[in-house]
Design a protein around this ligand. Structure first.
Ligand SMILES: N[C@@H](CCC(=O)N[C@@H](CS)C(=O)NCC(=O)O)C(=O)O
Length: 138
C-alpha cells in the first residue's frame, strides 16, 4: 500500500516536471521563431524602396507585380530598389503573415511597402498607379 502511494506520487511528480519542461521549451521556441520572423520582415521592409510580400498563385499579387514590372521597364524603378518575396512555400509563411498582420492590420497578400510605409494590396497598387500617386511615392 505504501509502495503504491510512493509510486503514484513519483509518477505524478515526473509527469508534472515533464509537462512543465515541454511547455517551457515550446514557449521559447515560439518566441524565438516569432522574433526571427519579425526581424526578417522588418529587415526586408527597411532594405528596399519597394518591398512586396507575395504568393505566386495569387491574382492580386500578379496585378501588383505587373505594375512594378512596367515601372522597371520604363526606368521609373530600379531592380536594386525592388524585391518580391514569394512566401507560400516558406515554413514560416503563417508566422510571416501574422507579423504582417501586426504591422498592417491585414494578412492577405500582396502586402506592399514603399519607403517603409504600407500602401496596400494589389487593388491599391493598381489604383495608385492609375492616379499617378504611385510614381510620386518612388
Ligand atoms: N483586396 C486585396 C485582396 C487580396 C487577397 O484576397 N489575397 C488572397 C490571395 S489571392 C489572400 O491573401 N488570401 C489569404 C491568404 O493567402 O492567406 C488586394 O487587392 O490585395
Amino acid at each position: 500500500m505504501r509502495a503504491t502511494r510512493l509510486f503514484t506520487a513519483l509518477t505524478r511528480h515526473t509527469l508534472e516536471q515533464t509537462t512543465r519542461t515541454c511547455f517551457a521549451v515550446d514557449r521559447n521556441r515560439f518566441k524565438f521563431n516569432m522574433s526571427n520572423v519579425a526581424s526578417l520582415i522588418d529587415g526586408k521592409i527597411k532594405s528596399k524602396k519597394v518591398m512586396v510580400f507575395s504568393k505566386t498563385y495569387c491574382p492580386f499579387c500578379t496585378k501588383a507585380k505587373k505594375v512594378f514590372d512596367q515601372l522597371l521597364k520604363d526606368g521609373t524603378l530600379s531592380t536594386e530598389d525592388y524585391e518580391v518575396m514569394e512566401i507560400e512555400n516558406d515554413p514560416n509563411c503563417e508566422a510571416m503573415q501574422s507579423e504582417l498582420e501586426k504591422l498592417t492590420g491585414g494578412r492577405s497578400v500582396p502586402r506592399v511597402f514603399i519607403n517603409q510605409k504600407f500602401i496596400g494590396g494589389g487593388d491599391e497598387v493598381v489604383s495608385a498607379h492609375k492616379s499617378g500617386k504611385l510614381v510620386k511615392m518612388l
